[in-house]
Design a protein around this ligand. Sequence first.
Ligand code: MSP
Length: 653
Amino acid sequence: MPKREKVTVTTSNSEKPFYITTPIYYVNAKPHLGHAYTTIAADVAKRFNTMKPSDTFFLTGTDEHGDKIAEAAEKENSTPKEYADKISALFSDLWPQLNISNDYFIRTTDESHKKTVQNVLQDIYDKGEIYYSEYEGLYCVGCERFYQERELVDGKCPDHKKEPDRIKESNYFFKMSNYQQWLIDHINSNPDFIRPKQYKTEILSFLKEPLEDLCISRPKSRLTWGIELPFDDNYVTYVWFDALLNYVSALDYPNGENFEKFWPHAQHLIAKDILKTHAVYWPTMLKAAGIPLFNSLNVHGFWNMGDSKMSKSLGNVANPLQLADKYGVDAYRFFLMRDMVFGLDSNFSEDAIIQRINSDLANDLGNLFSRVLALSFKHFNGLVPERDPQTENEANLSLESAAMETIDEYTSSMDKFSFHNGISAVWKFISKMNKYIDENAPWQLAKEEGSELKLKTVMYNLLEGLRVVSGLIYPVMPTTSLEMQKHLGISTDKVIFDLSCLKSWNSLKSGGQLTKVKALFPRIDVKKPSGDTKPVPKKLKPELKPEISFDDFSKLDLRTATIVEAEAIPKANKLLKVTVDIGEGVNRTIVAGISKSYKPEELKGKQVIIVANLAPVKLMGEISQGMILAATDKKGFVIATFDNNIKNGATVK
Ligand code: MSP
């Protein structure tokens, strides 16, 4: 489908429609892995919804107005439009190469988009929700927005690590503050409006402070690269007010068929950098314009390189196409979706990609597939054998309930954008099948007399399980999915990815012709990395717990304490009874599981950190009143101490 021609989606599936959007990317920098992740995730969500089956509309595009683009164009001695054309094409050309199936690619320089922006502005202005006033504020060009003092970290923009500029000028303002309580109520009564939960918490905590009105114009004396205000031609529209409206202009708001069909089912996908603009500006703009709100804002974390967010301004970006060329598009998509816990940050390294390919793809899935096909050729000449229901029942050989549980777990995770959990449900099933082969040892059955029915049944179930797997991996690895189905002899003109079809167990036709496979995913030799990229440090991958708010953290009462006594607890092989002085006048007893790492006499006199407000518990007959902080790894525990003496009972923050 041509991506730059507006197409009205007219097919009609039974499940409710699905509309998925990515942020429209700024054209001041080339696409990198961070942009690729969001766009692949949107593609996965779209493809998954087509399996329901739902009619889907997937929108991506580029954000082309504003200071940032004007500055970048100037640096290259181009006009903003020439510059935008060039970079926008880098995005639109990249997506097909990563198997992105967007239905439309919007550019904010499109005439139809500009018209929608002007219509909405005029409408809100006519309703009296926009006023003219002088303003002085702190402006970050990188974010294209004004900051409040309290949002800065050490006086700098938390994202761009730069001091914002102080700007004073007359401008138009949207009365965003009017909508504060309404927005809080909407977020509270719609639990999935912002997800995962930590981002909803973050926005609710931001909304505890008074919300300011939003400056929505820029004087042409300072910036001309933007959409002219319909009610004052001395001004252009603030880039965020222009950009956010792409989500409805692409559907031909207000009268388009696509708008009517898809807008009620809108799912936005963004990273946490643009949470506030999407969770505060956008809903209040919609409300003021009388447009119903989107369904959910789905927020993911950052891909980091080293300790910082991967970003053009920090210069630490990974080229998505280079990696996809090197490792294969499907493997690359799989890595991104499997490795990032949706909502949390992830560390990128090529080592991590190789590890995923070798273990999850080559070993778990690839080996299973080649083994089952090879056995089918060896014992049944490559034809799907017939299962025997009686043998299956007697020997408890069915894989059906495991497959059904997998599909349910997968579906509920994918619906919540919890892609890593959806994929890991499929991989649990793959391990189960690997275990099933080892336990039932078809090669052994083939040698035993009278085991023919069992052999056929075991092999049938394995092939059927692989049919289910081939369908479930479709959203993430569409090419491999088709490839597997081809080898399983499933005709590609049938609806093969439909969830109900995957759920109908025993669908594979006995007697069907299989085809031989070499390796779905060749292993990558770690000693001889292919290509020319520099060696990368081994990936540190702490499984982080979900983010907590500062309020949550402040509930912990951490204090300094000195250990005055420590003794072993009889019959407890890990526990020590430790007596500490925390400056309360009376000593406390803490039971600590550190006896494998410390002898009692080594502890005496150490100044440590304790959690002083932990509810007391009884352990091996001793009441433990708190916890001593220690770090742990494979070797055991190391207690946290201080590099200088401090009084007992001091607060640790
Ligand atoms: N133009 C605005 C968005 C307007 S939407 C109405 C913008 N553009 S951007 O080019 O900066 O893209 C930001 C988005 O790119 C993030 O929200 C995320 O989707 C993606 N990412 C950019 N860097 C990323 C990482 N390092 N990690 C994960 N995603 C990243 O903001």
